[in-house]
Design a protein around this ligand. Structure first.
Ligand code: NAD
Length: 245
C-alpha cells in the first residue's frame, strides 16, 4: 500500500527514544520529511542523525508555551507542516496520596497543555492547505486504569474527549485527529516503571510486550493518505489487553 507520505512534512515530539523514535523512523522510511524533538542534548542529535531526520529541535514539554514555539519553528524551517504526532514522556507513577499537586501540574502541562499548544499552532496552516494529520500518543490507561499510574489514568482519558471534540471541528478542512493508545511496549519507560516482560506478558493475550515498531505502524497509518476517512478515533495497539469494547 502506498501511504502517500513521500514529501509530507512531519513533526514527532518525544522522539529521541522509545515509541516516538520508532514513529519517526517509520515516517522517514515512508520518505516523509521528519522533524524530531525531545528535551534535547546529545541524545536528540544522535537520534536525528541515526534516523535520517531533516531537523532536530529541542523542546521541553513541561515548559509552558514551549510546544507552541516548537511547532512554529518547525513549520517555518520545513515550509509547512502536514503531520503532527504529539508524544511526551510518561508522568510519574504513584497512588493518589503519593502524588503532589506539583506533579499533577507538571503532568497536565506536558500531557495536556503542550498538546493544545502544539495543535493550536499547527491548525491554521493545515486548514489553509486543506490537509492535515494529528495523532496523539496517549495510553490504554485512557480507557482502563493501570495500577499505580494515577496521573496517567486521570489525565489521558480527557484527551480522548479532546480528540472527539476537535476532529468534529476540523474534518471539513481535510484534517484528521486520532489518538493512538499504546499498551505495554518494550521501551525505557517500561524499565523505569520496573515492568519486565516476565511480569507483564502473562496478562496480555498476545503473551508478550509490543515492539515499538508495531505501535509506530499504527501511527504511520493514521498519518497516511489512505486514512483520510478515519478521524475522532482512539485506537489501541496492545496485544488484545483491553477487555472493554
Ligand atoms: P520513553 O521514556 O522510552 O521515551 C520518551 C521520549 O520522550 C524520549 O524521547 C524522551 O526524551 C522524551 N521526553 C521525556 N520527557 C520529555 C519532556 N519533558 N519534553 C520533551 N520530551 C520528553 O517512553 P515511551 O515508552 O516511548 O512512551 C512514550 C509515551 O507513551 C509516554 O507518555 C508513555 O507514558 C506512553 N506509554 C507508553 C507505554 C509503553 O509501553 N512504552 C504504554 C502506555 C503509554
Amino acid at each position: 500500500m502506498d501511504f502517500g507520505l513521500k514529501g509530507r512534512r512531519a513533526l514527532v515530539t518525544g522522539a529521541s527514544s522509545g515509541l516516538g523514535r520508532a514513529i519517526a523512523d517509520t515516517l522517514v522510511k515512508e520518505r516523509a520529511t521528519v522533524a524530531v524533538s525531545s528535551r534535547g542534548g546529545e541524545k536528540l542529535q544522535k537520534a536525528a542523525k541515526e534516523l535520517g531526520a531533516a531537523l532536530a529541535v529541542p523542546c521541553d514539554l513541561t515548559q509552558a508555551g514551549a510546544a507552541r514555539g516548537l511547532v512554529r519553528e518547525v513549520t517555518q524551517k520545513l515550509g509547512g507542516l502536514d503531520v503532527l504526532v504529539v508524544n511526551a514522556g510518561g508522568p510519574p507513577s504513584g497512588g493518589f496520596e503519593a502524588i503532589t499537586v506539583e506533579q499533577w501540574q507538571t503532568g497536565f502541562q506536558s500531557l495536556w497543555l503542550a498538546t493544545v499548544d502544539a495543535i493550536q499552532e499547527a491548525l491554521p496552516g493545515m486548514k489553509a492547505q486543506g490537509w492535515g494529520r494529528i495523532v496523539l500518543v496517549t495510553s490504554t490507561a485512557a480507557r482502563e486504569a493501570m495500577n499505580n499510574l494515577t496521573v496517567s489514568n486521570g489525565l489521558r482519558a480527557g484527551l480522548l474527549g479532546l480528540v472527539k471534540s476537535l476532529s468534529n471541528e476540523v474534518a471539513p478542512y481535510g484534517i484528521t485527529v486520532n489518538a493512538a493508545l499504546p499498551g505495554y511496549h518494550a521501551t525505557d519507560r517500561m524499565k523505569d516503571l520496573g515492568l519486565s516482560d516476565e511480569k507483564v506478558a502473562p496478562n496480555i493475550p498476545a503473551r508478550r510486550l509490543g515492539r515499538p515498531e508495531e505501535f509506530a505502524a499504527l501511527v504511520t497509518f493514521l498519518a497516511s493518505e489512505p486514512a483520510a476517512y478515519i478521524s475522532g478515533q482512539s485506537i489501541a495497539c496492545d496485544g488484545g489487553a483491553l477487555r472493554g469494547f
